[in-house]
Write a protein that binds this ligand. Structure first.
Ligand SMILES: *[C@@H]1O[C@H](CO)[C@@H](O)[C@H](O)[C@H]1NC(C)=O
Length: 268
Protein backbone atom coordinates (compact mmCIF):
# COMPACT_ATOMS: atom_id res chain seq x y z
CA UNK A 1 0.00 0.00 0.00
CA UNK A 2 1.41 3.36 -0.98
CA UNK A 3 1.06 5.81 1.87
CA UNK A 4 1.95 9.44 1.98
CA UNK A 5 2.11 12.08 4.62
CA UNK A 6 -0.03 15.10 4.29
CA UNK A 7 0.64 18.17 6.33
CA UNK A 8 -2.73 19.41 7.42
CA UNK A 9 -2.44 23.14 7.72
CA UNK A 10 -5.21 25.67 7.15
CA UNK A 11 -8.08 25.86 9.63
CA UNK A 12 -6.95 23.53 12.36
CA UNK A 13 -3.66 25.22 13.02
CA UNK A 14 -5.21 28.65 12.81
CA UNK A 15 -7.99 27.87 15.29
CA UNK A 16 -5.87 26.02 17.80
CA UNK A 17 -3.56 29.08 18.06
CA UNK A 18 -0.59 28.78 20.46
CA UNK A 19 2.06 26.88 18.53
CA UNK A 20 0.05 23.66 18.53
CA UNK A 21 2.04 20.86 16.90
CA UNK A 22 1.12 20.52 13.27
CA UNK A 23 -1.28 17.64 12.82
CA UNK A 24 0.05 14.94 10.54
CA UNK A 25 -2.37 12.72 8.67
CA UNK A 26 -1.34 9.54 6.97
CA UNK A 27 -3.78 8.19 4.45
CA UNK A 28 -3.45 5.61 1.71
CA UNK A 29 -3.60 6.93 -1.83
CA UNK A 30 -7.24 6.58 -2.90
CA UNK A 31 -8.05 4.66 -6.08
CA UNK A 32 -8.65 6.87 -9.13
CA UNK A 33 -12.34 6.09 -8.80
CA UNK A 34 -13.50 5.75 -5.18
CA UNK A 35 -17.11 5.27 -6.11
CA UNK A 36 -19.01 2.06 -5.40
CA UNK A 37 -22.42 0.45 -5.60
CA UNK A 38 -24.32 -0.80 -2.54
CA UNK A 39 -26.76 -3.35 -3.92
CA UNK A 40 -29.19 -6.12 -3.02
CA UNK A 41 -29.92 -7.15 -6.61
CA UNK A 42 -26.72 -7.55 -8.64
CA UNK A 43 -28.57 -6.47 -11.82
CA UNK A 44 -28.78 -2.94 -10.38
CA UNK A 45 -24.99 -2.61 -10.54
CA UNK A 46 -24.74 -2.85 -14.35
CA UNK A 47 -26.12 0.61 -15.25
CA UNK A 48 -23.75 2.24 -12.72
CA UNK A 49 -20.75 0.33 -14.04
CA UNK A 50 -21.18 1.45 -17.65
CA UNK A 51 -18.31 3.65 -18.77
CA UNK A 52 -16.40 3.04 -15.55
CA UNK A 53 -18.87 4.83 -13.27
CA UNK A 54 -17.92 2.69 -10.27
CA UNK A 55 -14.87 0.66 -9.31
CA UNK A 56 -16.32 -1.57 -6.57
CA UNK A 57 -19.52 -2.99 -5.13
CA UNK A 58 -20.84 -4.64 -1.98
CA UNK A 59 -24.09 -6.25 -0.89
CA UNK A 60 -23.78 -6.43 2.94
CA UNK A 61 -22.73 -10.07 2.52
CA UNK A 62 -19.73 -12.25 1.79
CA UNK A 63 -20.90 -13.46 -1.63
CA UNK A 64 -21.79 -11.64 -4.85
CA UNK A 65 -25.07 -13.54 -5.49
CA UNK A 66 -24.71 -13.30 -9.27
CA UNK A 67 -22.09 -11.86 -11.58
CA UNK A 68 -20.67 -8.35 -11.32
CA UNK A 69 -19.67 -6.38 -14.42
CA UNK A 70 -16.01 -6.83 -15.31
CA UNK A 71 -13.70 -4.32 -13.66
CA UNK A 72 -15.91 -3.98 -10.57
CA UNK A 73 -14.20 -5.25 -7.42
CA UNK A 74 -16.46 -7.15 -5.03
CA UNK A 75 -15.91 -6.24 -1.38
CA UNK A 76 -17.21 -8.90 1.02
CA UNK A 77 -18.76 -8.00 4.38
CA UNK A 78 -19.39 -9.99 7.53
CA UNK A 79 -22.75 -8.39 8.42
CA UNK A 80 -23.02 -9.71 11.96
CA UNK A 81 -23.61 -12.76 14.14
CA UNK A 82 -26.29 -14.16 11.81
CA UNK A 83 -23.56 -14.80 9.21
CA UNK A 84 -20.86 -16.37 11.41
CA UNK A 85 -21.87 -19.89 10.30
CA UNK A 86 -20.37 -20.62 6.90
CA UNK A 87 -18.24 -17.48 6.99
CA UNK A 88 -14.89 -19.21 6.50
CA UNK A 89 -15.99 -20.89 3.27
CA UNK A 90 -17.66 -17.70 2.08
CA UNK A 91 -14.69 -15.43 2.71
CA UNK A 92 -12.17 -17.90 1.31
CA UNK A 93 -14.19 -17.97 -1.92
CA UNK A 94 -14.30 -14.17 -2.12
CA UNK A 95 -10.57 -13.82 -1.43
CA UNK A 96 -9.63 -16.46 -3.97
CA UNK A 97 -11.80 -14.60 -6.51
CA UNK A 98 -9.77 -11.43 -6.03
CA UNK A 99 -11.36 -9.42 -3.21
CA UNK A 100 -8.75 -7.28 -1.51
CA UNK A 101 -10.69 -5.94 1.46
CA UNK A 102 -13.06 -7.24 4.12
CA UNK A 103 -15.76 -5.04 5.62
CA UNK A 104 -16.72 -5.51 9.29
CA UNK A 105 -20.14 -5.65 10.93
CA UNK A 106 -23.09 -3.52 9.77
CA UNK A 107 -24.11 -0.80 12.24
CA UNK A 108 -23.20 -2.69 15.43
CA UNK A 109 -24.22 0.48 17.31
CA UNK A 110 -27.86 0.00 16.21
CA UNK A 111 -30.16 -2.45 18.05
CA UNK A 112 -32.01 -3.19 14.78
CA UNK A 113 -28.76 -3.97 12.89
CA UNK A 114 -25.65 -5.96 13.98
CA UNK A 115 -26.26 -4.81 17.59
CA UNK A 116 -23.00 -5.50 19.47
CA UNK A 117 -21.25 -3.92 22.39
CA UNK A 118 -17.81 -2.55 21.45
CA UNK A 119 -16.15 -5.26 23.56
CA UNK A 120 -18.11 -8.13 22.01
CA UNK A 121 -17.54 -6.71 18.53
CA UNK A 122 -13.78 -6.56 19.15
CA UNK A 123 -13.72 -10.17 20.26
CA UNK A 124 -15.89 -11.32 17.29
CA UNK A 125 -13.71 -9.28 14.94
CA UNK A 126 -10.54 -10.98 16.22
CA UNK A 127 -12.11 -14.41 15.84
CA UNK A 128 -13.72 -14.06 12.41
CA UNK A 129 -11.93 -11.31 10.46
CA UNK A 130 -8.43 -10.70 11.83
CA UNK A 131 -7.21 -14.19 10.78
CA UNK A 132 -7.49 -12.96 7.14
CA UNK A 133 -5.23 -9.93 7.68
CA UNK A 134 -2.47 -11.51 5.58
CA UNK A 135 -4.82 -11.88 2.60
CA UNK A 136 -6.84 -8.67 2.62
CA UNK A 137 -6.99 -5.21 4.15
CA UNK A 138 -9.41 -5.06 7.03
CA UNK A 139 -12.04 -2.33 7.46
CA UNK A 140 -13.78 -1.62 10.77
CA UNK A 141 -17.44 -2.29 11.51
CA UNK A 142 -19.54 0.43 9.83
CA UNK A 143 -20.97 2.77 12.45
CA UNK A 144 -23.91 5.13 12.10
CA UNK A 145 -23.67 8.92 12.20
CA UNK A 146 -25.61 9.02 15.47
CA UNK A 147 -24.18 11.44 18.02
CA UNK A 148 -25.91 9.69 20.95
CA UNK A 149 -23.53 8.53 23.67
CA UNK A 150 -22.20 5.07 22.86
CA UNK A 151 -23.25 5.25 19.22
CA UNK A 152 -21.59 6.37 16.00
CA UNK A 153 -17.98 7.52 16.26
CA UNK A 154 -18.10 7.19 20.05
CA UNK A 155 -19.00 3.47 19.66
CA UNK A 156 -16.06 3.19 17.25
CA UNK A 157 -13.62 4.78 19.70
CA UNK A 158 -14.60 2.28 22.43
CA UNK A 159 -14.36 -0.56 19.93
CA UNK A 160 -10.94 0.32 18.56
CA UNK A 161 -9.71 0.77 22.12
CA UNK A 162 -10.37 -2.94 22.73
CA UNK A 163 -9.30 -4.04 19.25
CA UNK A 164 -5.60 -3.25 19.42
CA UNK A 165 -4.53 -6.51 17.77
CA UNK A 166 -7.30 -6.52 15.19
CA UNK A 167 -5.12 -5.36 12.25
CA UNK A 168 -7.74 -2.85 11.08
CA UNK A 169 -6.44 -0.28 8.60
CA UNK A 170 -9.64 1.56 7.68
CA UNK A 171 -12.72 3.11 9.30
CA UNK A 172 -16.19 2.63 7.77
CA UNK A 173 -19.11 4.95 8.51
CA UNK A 174 -22.68 5.57 7.40
CA UNK A 175 -24.50 8.90 7.25
CA UNK A 176 -28.14 9.91 7.07
CA UNK A 177 -29.01 13.55 7.55
CA UNK A 178 -30.58 16.63 6.08
CA UNK A 179 -28.02 18.73 4.21
CA UNK A 180 -24.79 18.54 2.24
CA UNK A 181 -23.11 20.73 4.86
CA UNK A 182 -24.09 18.33 7.66
CA UNK A 183 -22.68 15.49 5.59
CA UNK A 184 -19.35 17.24 5.00
CA UNK A 185 -19.06 18.11 8.65
CA UNK A 186 -19.65 14.48 9.69
CA UNK A 187 -17.19 13.13 7.10
CA UNK A 188 -14.57 15.64 8.27
CA UNK A 189 -15.05 14.42 11.84
CA UNK A 190 -14.74 10.81 10.67
CA UNK A 191 -11.51 11.61 8.78
CA UNK A 192 -10.14 13.15 11.97
CA UNK A 193 -11.12 10.01 13.91
CA UNK A 194 -9.40 7.78 11.33
CA UNK A 195 -6.31 9.95 11.54
CA UNK A 196 -6.34 9.86 15.37
CA UNK A 197 -6.08 6.04 15.27
CA UNK A 198 -3.53 6.03 12.42
CA UNK A 199 -5.95 4.35 10.03
CA UNK A 200 -5.06 4.65 6.34
CA UNK A 201 -8.56 4.88 4.97
CA UNK A 202 -12.08 6.14 5.49
CA UNK A 203 -14.94 4.38 3.69
CA UNK A 204 -18.47 5.82 3.61
CA UNK A 205 -20.43 2.69 2.83
CA UNK A 206 -23.96 4.18 3.08
CA UNK A 207 -25.09 7.77 2.84
CA UNK A 208 -28.26 9.55 1.78
CA UNK A 209 -30.57 12.34 2.81
CA UNK A 210 -33.05 11.26 5.52
CA UNK A 211 -35.88 11.98 3.09
CA UNK A 212 -34.44 9.41 0.67
CA UNK A 213 -34.07 6.34 2.90
CA UNK A 214 -36.94 4.59 1.14
CA UNK A 215 -36.01 5.91 -2.28
CA UNK A 216 -35.62 9.43 -3.64
CA UNK A 217 -38.51 11.56 -2.43
CA UNK A 218 -37.64 14.27 -4.97
CA UNK A 219 -35.11 13.58 -7.73
CA UNK A 220 -34.17 17.26 -8.14
CA UNK A 221 -33.22 17.52 -4.45
CA UNK A 222 -31.33 14.21 -4.48
CA UNK A 223 -29.47 15.28 -7.61
CA UNK A 224 -28.51 18.66 -6.14
CA UNK A 225 -27.21 16.88 -3.02
CA UNK A 226 -25.08 14.49 -5.10
CA UNK A 227 -23.79 17.30 -7.34
CA UNK A 228 -22.58 19.03 -4.20
CA UNK A 229 -21.08 16.15 -2.18
CA UNK A 230 -19.59 13.85 -4.84
CA UNK A 231 -16.97 16.31 -6.17
CA UNK A 232 -16.20 17.19 -2.54
CA UNK A 233 -15.72 13.51 -1.60
CA UNK A 234 -13.46 13.03 -4.60
CA UNK A 235 -11.25 15.85 -3.33
CA UNK A 236 -10.85 14.51 0.22
CA UNK A 237 -7.57 12.61 0.52
CA UNK A 238 -8.82 10.79 3.61
CA UNK A 239 -11.90 9.36 1.89
CA UNK A 240 -10.79 6.30 -0.05
CA UNK A 241 -14.16 4.73 -0.97
CA UNK A 242 -17.81 5.67 -0.87
CA UNK A 243 -21.12 4.13 -1.86
CA UNK A 244 -24.42 5.99 -1.87
CA UNK A 245 -27.52 4.23 -0.47
CA UNK A 246 -28.28 2.66 -2.86
CA UNK A 247 -28.07 0.96 -6.27
CA UNK A 248 -31.76 0.11 -6.76
CA UNK A 249 -34.99 1.15 -8.47
CA UNK A 250 -36.32 4.45 -7.03
CA UNK A 251 -32.88 5.32 -5.61
CA UNK A 252 -30.16 5.77 -8.27
CA UNK A 253 -32.24 3.94 -10.88
CA UNK A 254 -35.73 4.29 -12.29
CA UNK A 255 -36.63 0.78 -13.35
CA UNK A 256 -33.34 -0.63 -14.58
CA UNK A 257 -31.74 2.52 -15.96
CA UNK A 258 -29.96 5.40 -14.27
CA UNK A 259 -32.25 8.28 -13.32
CA UNK A 260 -31.17 11.91 -12.91
CA UNK A 261 -29.63 11.17 -9.48
CA UNK A 262 -27.84 8.08 -10.80
CA UNK A 263 -26.37 10.11 -13.66
CA UNK A 264 -25.19 12.76 -11.20
CA UNK A 265 -23.63 10.05 -9.00
CA UNK A 266 -21.50 8.51 -11.76
CA UNK A 267 -20.64 11.59 -13.79
CA UNK A 268 -18.65 13.69 -11.30
C1 LIG B 1 -39.47 4.83 5.31
O1 LIG B 1 -40.24 3.65 5.53
C2 LIG B 1 -40.46 3.37 6.90
C3 LIG B 1 -41.13 2.01 6.99
O2 LIG B 1 -42.24 1.95 6.16
C4 LIG B 1 -41.28 4.50 7.51
O3 LIG B 1 -41.49 4.27 8.87
C5 LIG B 1 -40.52 5.82 7.34
O4 LIG B 1 -41.30 6.89 7.80
C6 LIG B 1 -40.16 6.04 5.88
N1 LIG B 1 -39.31 7.22 5.79
C7 LIG B 1 -39.41 8.12 4.82
C8 LIG B 1 -38.49 9.29 4.91
O5 LIG B 1 -40.16 8.01 3.89
Amino acid sequence: MVSFTKLFTAGLVATSAMAAPMEVKRFATPPANKRGAAYNDVAAVDPLANNGGISWAYDWAGSIFGILPSGVEFVPMLWGAKDFGGWITTIETALSSGSQYILGFNEPDMPSQANMSPGDAASFYKTHITPFAGQAKLISPAVTSSTNTGMGLSWFESFIGSCGGCDITGLAVHWYGNTADEFKSFVTQAMDTASKYNLDELWITEFALNADVNGSSDLATTTAFLNDVIPWLNQQDGVTRYSYFMAADRYLLSGNTLNQAGLAYVSQ
